[in-house]
Design a protein around this ligand. Structure first.
Ligand SMILES: [Zn+2]
Length: 142
């Protein structure tokens, strides 16, 4: 299963598991209460069954919650052909390496795509990867 699909799966099923877990917990409490009020052992048997079902959903819920995903974002490195100035931008569809991409803000020469790659996005955090840019610019500077 791909990471995107796994993420979708988790996002869709986590609330379902939670709702079923709460519902089964309530049913179990209700059955136990009925057993104590009526003394009917059928209620006790059903309470044990619903308790087992609740445990099943609880363990499934915990398993889903433990899935940690690394989401990725595709970026491209655009570099000036004259002065070596470079910047990282979000990848747009149809871009390829060596494609001319606008003018250099520093000297006005052509900017070309020199690399396309993906960076990890930690869950709930904005894009990382500025350290990589510094590495590129300092090594390939004029
Ligand atoms: Zn330039």
């Amino acid at each position: 299963m791909s990471e995107e699909k796994l993420y979708e799966f988790r996002r869709r099923w986590l609330p379902v598991y939670l709702v079923l877990l709460i519902a089964l917990a309530l049913v179990t409490v209700h059955l136990v209460a009925m057993y104590f009020f009526t003394g009917n052992t059928n209620y006790a048997n059903l309470a044990v069954l619903s308790c087992l079902a609740a445990y099943f959903f609880y363990s499934g819920f915990q398993r889903l919650r433990r899935i940690r995903l690394t989401r990725r974002r595709v970026v491209e490195l655009v570099k000036c052909t004259e002065c070596g100035y470079s910047e990282e931008r979000g990848h747009s569809a149809g871009d390829y390496v060596f494609k001319v991409k606008g003018r250099c803000p520093r000297c006005g020469a052509e900017m070309r795509v020199v690399a396309i790659y993906s960076v990890k996005l930690e869950e709930g955090k904005p894009a990382a990867g500025s350290a990589q840019i510094d590495f590129f610019t300092s090594r390939r500077g004029p």
